[in-house]
Design a protein around this ligand. Structure first.
Ligand code: GDP
Ligand code: MG
Length: 440
């Protein structure tokens, strides 16, 4: 999703002024992209209306940089869409404050429970007790016990022979006696259409009267999960959502739909399997992540200031002409990267693409940039044009000229080959500068 968004915004940013016509075009693209990202139609329709209204207003204001203005509007409206004044976790009631974890099987209830206990212990120094009422799944109680022990969290043993209500009764008593601040109660996963199990959960909630009832939801399950949460909410009062497995969901659209369709605030997000992989839900950060733009508007500004159009055009022409992308071009790119502040600068500006940068050919730092430059400067024109001819004796010569080892040289040449390959793809797709490699 983020890749597509950056592309859309890139396009609009390159247009000098935003007209009603090119808003239409960009809006269409935004709509398609959201649709593909599993955002429901009603959300998209509402959002489109707002975007249209606000961005046309911007034209009347004769904004100096309409492209950026539009990006900002999209960003703000998306944040508004998922923001809720009630997104804070409430544990400021008379102790022991009770939290209840509910949701479908495999959603991540038990894992999130432990993460949450760990999070609150670390951050707020509260005394926490955890207990499982999952008497249905084999070894569910053991799972919580093992996870608790591993993270030094106080666990109260329960037994399959007990009813959930019996377990809770004992746990609350224990928590009061031992002066626990918070008691977190795990439940068995269940389907919203299992009337009997839902009834049981309803009774349990009535008995516990928890401060927070968290619906734990797997972000990968998409629109289906929205039905289940609505149905859960018919039986129970859900006070917040913990959205899990966001680390493996690259679409992210579900986030936009949840708040809009259910009005239930997302309070926490799970972003991995490890104990520390739980975060307070922060709409601003998430939207930036979904949009994949980091601080893309300011990056665009920086690029405008720092890049000479003629250089970009030269490379673009070269790519379009189908001529081989050679080490000379590579050198120009290296210089451009240096000019705008180096790799670290790009990484900071585009946090999301760091992963891509690391995975691909730009897996080098300022130091290697310098070395690559030295290496290329020590080559003859023929070598720069056709690096294939670089045999051992040529490499020795370059090595003594540039001071880099042959091993380093081989690794740089390999990276260059990767870029060359990328440029061939780029030619097909028609994007024109190196910098788009970072944002596409
Ligand atoms: P429960 O049935 O709802 O209690 O689900 P579990 O807590 O047992 O989790 C089911 C699986 O999902 C486990 O393998 C967890 O490690 C995994 N899981 C839970 N949360 C996350 C998350 O945020 N990211 C990833 N990658 N895996 C998660
Ligand atoms: Mg469980």
């Amino acid at each position: 999703l983020s890749k597509k968004f950056s592309k859309i915004f890139q396009n609009i940013s390159q247009q000098g002024r935003l007209t009603e016509k090119n808003i239409q075009k960009t809006l269409k693209k935004v709509q398609y992209t959201l649709l593909e990202a599993d955002v429901s139609i009603s959300v998209i329709n509402d959002l489109t209306k707002i975007l249209k209204k606000k961005s046309i207003g911007q034209i009347i204001n004769k904004s100096l940089t309409p492209g950026q203005e539009f990006i900002k509007i999209v960003q703000t409206e998306l944040v508004n869409l998922i923001n809720s004044p009630k997104k804070k976790i409430n544990f400021f009631e008379k102790p022991p404050v009770k939290f209840l974890m509910v949701g479908l099987q495999g959603a991540g209830k038990t894992t999130s429970l432990i993460k949450l206990a760990y999070f609150i212990t670390k951050k707020f120094k509260k005394k926490i007790l955890v207990v499982s009422t999952d008497t249905i799944r084999p070894a569910a109680i053991d799972q919580l016990e093992i996870l608790s022990k591993k993270s030094n969290i106080n666990f109260l043993k329960s037994y399959k022979s007990q009813t959930p209500q019996e377990i809770v009764k004992i746990a609350i008593k224990h928590a009061i006696k031992q002066l626990y601040d918070i008691l977190i109660i795990d439940t068995a996963g269940r389907l919203h259409n299992n009337e009997k199990m839902m009834q049981e959960l309803q009774n349990l909630q009535n008995y516990i009267k928890p401060t927070e009832t968290f619906f734990v939801m797997d972000s990968m399950t998409g629109q289906d999960a929205l039905h289940s949460i609505k149905n859960f909410n018919n039986f129970l009062k859900i006070s917040g959502i913990i959205l899990t497995k966001l680390d493996s969901d690259h679409r992210g659209g579900i986030i936009l739909s949840i708040q809009h369709t259910t009005k239930i605030p997302i309070k926490l997000i799970g972003i991995g399997e490890k104990i520390q992989d739980l975060q307070i839900f922060c709409p601003d950060r998430i939207i930036k992540r979904i949009l994949g733009m980091g601080d893309i508007s300011s990056l665009i500004e920086d690029l405008k200031i720092n890049l000479k159009k003629s250089t970009i055009q030269k490379i673009e022409k070269k790519i379009k002409s189908g001529k081989n992308f050679n080490l000379n071009d590579f050198l120009i790119q290296i210089k451009q990267i240096k000019k705008i502040g180096g790799i670290e600068f790009l990484k900071n500006k585009l946090p999301l693409n760091t992963q891509m940068i690391n995975q691909n050919m730009y897996n080098f730092n300022e130091e290697t940039l310098k070395k690559m430059e030295a290496m290329i400067l020590s080559m003859t024109p023929i070598e720069k044009e056709f690096p294939k001819i670089l045999n051992y004796s040529r490499k020795i010569r370059i090595s003594s000229g540039s001071g880099i080892t042959i091993q380093e040289m081989n690794s740089y040449l390999k990276q260059f080959k990767n870029i060359q390959r990328l440029m061939k793809t780029a030619k097909k797709k028609g994007f024109n500068t190196l910098f788009k490699n970072f944002t596409n």
